[in-house]
Design a protein around this ligand. Structure first.
Ligand code: CAA
Length: 389
């Protein structure tokens, strides 16, 4: 049966997230954007309400809600401010490899930490010379006795400046390309340095940092999954988390669409509200369609995960479509506002800047197309199960 009707519990969860976004995020979003203010208090409140770490399974102290429920939360928070939503949601990306492949002991310790306090963690994959091309990374992990020693630098790390622990990808066999990468759980200590905080175009309330590991020693048991299987773990992680980015993109698009719709009914030109002009109506119609289809693609990719099925193709469909749609809808919202849309005093200028990152992080729109092309030309079995812990 195909049914997109939410249950009463899901509606209540979505309403709670919306209420939080409307009361706690929206009123400060433009101010926080201006000064790139870190939203510590909002993160703490989101944590108290259970809007953070929704992905952590119940057996490790989390709410353990479904991927679809998580997407409902992410759309609402991003409707409030996608920079703040990214800060609140980044633990989902950081801990996905741990949930998929970590030992029970690691999970109890580190997922447990997230349930006990509003602790943050970061996903450390990207490097200056290894963005889309993950296997070009240079960070190394060398086994010395009962320890791993990690050296290297990771960039564009969300929440990096505030994280208490990191999931770090490093080369364990330099000659083996993507088959020589492993993933590690690295607690913050004196050897882990925050080298740079980025000054960004959009999502300015989120923290993006360069993090370096300098002879960082971790216990042998902090390897996540199997040695040299880290590349696949990263791909499986992104399959899981891209629906969340698609949900955030839907939230941005919806916010831009709502602002543009309201403005088009107020703004009078040629003696009538501009909403009466067909040129504007068609833009509003296209925005509505894009928001609708972004949400459907997002939900579809999340539901597959909830059914334990591999969602690589659908996840890239959703991430690609929703990210590009958010950019288009936000750009059109600026167009509906006319000259005012270009002015910071009006809300849509921020949304256009925020939307841009949706086409960049967690795999650019071009990388999503690459995945879609490969999955289309060389399809994998549709009933292939998703990664399990
Ligand atoms: N699930 C499981 N296995 C997968 C997989 C998947 N979804 N995708 C690929 N694999 C496997 C392949 O089967 C292959 O396996 P074998 O070793 O057995 O042959 C292996 O992984 C290599 O696959 P490819 O040949 O397809 O690898 P590639 O080097 O061509 O790369 C890619 C593919 C899609 C381009 C990938 O590198 C990619 O997704 N790049 C983008 C990286 C990305 O999204 N970075 C964002 C970082 S996180 C972030 O932005 C958040 C933040 O905090 C800012």
């Amino acid at each position: 049966m195909v049914d997109f009707t939410l249950t009463d519990e899901q509606k209540a969860l979505r309403d709670m997230a919306h209420d939080f976004a409307a009361k706690e995020i929206r009123p400060v979003a433009w101010e926080f954007d201006k000064d790139a203010t870190w939203p510590q208090e909002i993160i703490e409140k989101a944590w108290e309400l259970g809007l953070m770490n929704s992905h952590v399974p119940e057996e490790y102290g989390g709410p353990g809600v479904s991927a679809l429920d998580g997407a409902l939360i992410e759309e609402e928070l991003a409707w409030g401010c996608s920079g703040i939503a990214t800060s609140v949601g980044a633990n989902g990306l950081a801990t996905a490899p741990l949930i998929i492949g970590g030992s029970d002991e690691l999970k109890r310790t580190y997922l447990g930490m997230l349930s006990e306090a509003p602790v943050l963690s970061s996903f450390c994959l990207t490097e200056p010379d290894a963005g889309s091309d993950v296997s070009g990374m240079r960070t190394t992990a060398v086994r010395k006795g009962d320890k791993w020693v990690i050296n290297g630098s990771k960039c564009f790390i969300t929440n990096g400046g505030y994280a208490s622990f990191f999931t770090v990808y490093a080369k364990t066999d330099k000659e083996a390309g993507h088959r020589g990468i492993s993933c590690f759980l690295v607690p913050k200590d004196g050897t882990v340095t925050v080298d740079k905080k980025e000054d960004k175009m959009g999502q300015r309330a989120s923290n993006t940092a360069t993090i370096s590991f300098n002879e960082t020693e971790i216990p042998i048991g902090h390897l996540i999954g199997q040695e040299n299987k880290g590349f696949k773990l990263a791909m499986q992680t992104l399959d899981r988390t891209r629906p969340g980015v698609a949900a955030m993109a839907t939230g941005i698009a919806r916010a831009a669409f709502e602002f543009a719709t309201a403005y088009s009914k107020e703004r009078v030109q040629f003696g009538v509200p501009i909403a009466m002009h067909q040129g504007i109506q068609f833009m509003i119609a296209d925005m509505a369609t894009k928001v609708h289809l972004s949400r459907l693609a997002t939900w579809n990719s999340a539901v597959l995960l909830d059914q334990g099925r591999r969602n690589t193709l659908e996840s890239s469909h959703a991430k690609r479509f929703a990210a590009d749609a958010a950019m288009e809808v936000a750009t059109d919202a600026v167009q509906v506002y006319g000259g005012y849309g270009f002015i910071k005093e009006y809300p849509v200028e921020k949304l256009m800047r925020d939307a841009k990152i949706m086409q960049l992080y967690e795999g650019t729109s071009q990388i999503q197309r690459l995945v879609i092309a490969r999955e289309t030309l060389l399809p994998r079995r549709v009933d292939e199960p998703a990664a399990v812990a």
